[in-house]
Design a protein around this ligand. Structure first.
Ligand code: ZN
Length: 281
């Protein structure tokens, strides 16, 4: 189950989205050895970024970047218009009793790709967890009451978003009721029940309209073309140094943590502008 299900409450100006990731989430984690607290945060970040992407017109690419002075130095998650996700996180050397996030900022970048149109919303880190920071982002940037429920462990990353749409004013009480119901959902339910069953069970007093679920896949985009561009950006002087020192050039993708090696002949071909060959793994 790697999909996102969007829905609306009939008669109420409230929309929702439910994301559940298994294999896609495990692919994000593969090859990394993140400590448990960082795995949980990254899973929540992946789920939240997919949820964020569901409500946006023009299907922009969404990038979520969190930088703080706590134990987490950086969290970066990106989601394409077709719900292809990638993500990475870094911890810093810190004292065990330092806050996980600390002070810092959360930036959400939306890129429609048309005429380079971009929008960036930045909020300070306001709470102990990602959910609080993202709800602050929604309050500031979209100015729509929004609630998030995020769950993550080593096998699954999932989440639910509820948002009061413009015109929901007269249904303010309903939004409170609906979000109170959502708060009763447990991680095991969100992970194991079919989306339609879960939503209809939790919101039994309401009529829901469910849209077609969309698959969410992992794609970290470290293609031979992309890697060749990095080699060219590093320049001949630096690459020659690396070749002299080690006999090869090794690039490590910070998203998937895979290492790619190029030998002399491959490097020469890249600088000659030839089509990049598959690097040696
Ligand atoms: Zn990669």
């Amino acid at each position: 189950m790697n999909e996102v299900q969007t829905f609306v409450f009939e008669d109420l100006a409230i929309r929702g989205a439910l994301v559940r990731l298994e294999e896609t989430w495990r692919q994000v984690l593969a090859q990394h050895h993140y400590p448990q607290e960082l795995r949980r945060l990254l899973g929540e970040g992946i789920a939240a970024t997919v949820l964020l992407a569901t409500g946006l017109k023009g299907h922009p690419r969404v990038s979520l970047q969190l930088q703080g002075d706590g134990r987490v130095k950086l969290l970066l998650v990106q989601c394409s218009a077709d719900f292809e996700v990638r993500g990475m996180a870094q911890l810093r050397e810190a004292q065990a009793n330092d806050a996980l996030l600390g002070a810092g900022r959360l930036a959400v970048n939306l890129d429609t790709g048309e005429n380079g149109q971009q929008f960036q919303g930045i909020v300070p880190l306001v709470g102990p967890d990602l959910r609080a920071c993202l709800e602050a982002y929604f309050a500031q940037s979209e100015q729509l009451p929004t609630r998030l429920y995020l769950f993550s462990d080593d096998g699954r990353a999932s989440g639910l978003l509820l948002q009061a749409l413009p015109g929901a004013g007269e249904h303010a009480d309903d939004f409170e009721t609906v979000t109170a119901l959502a708060a009763t959902i447990r991680a095991v339910e969100i992970a194991e029940q079919p989306a339609a069953d879960l939503l209809e069970q939790v919101f039994a007093d309401y009529t829901l309209r469910l849209f077609r679920p969309k698959p969410v896949t992992h794609d970290c985009r470290c293609t031979p073309e992309y890697l060749a561009r990095i080699v060219r950006m590093l320049g001949t002087a630096e690459i020659d140094d690396l070749l002299r020192e080690r006999g090869h050039v090794e690039l490590v993708c910070e998203f998937c943590n895979r290492a790619f090696r190029y030998d002399d002949a491959q490097i020469e071909a890249i600088f000659a502008g030839q089509a990049p060959s598959q690097p040696l793994h």
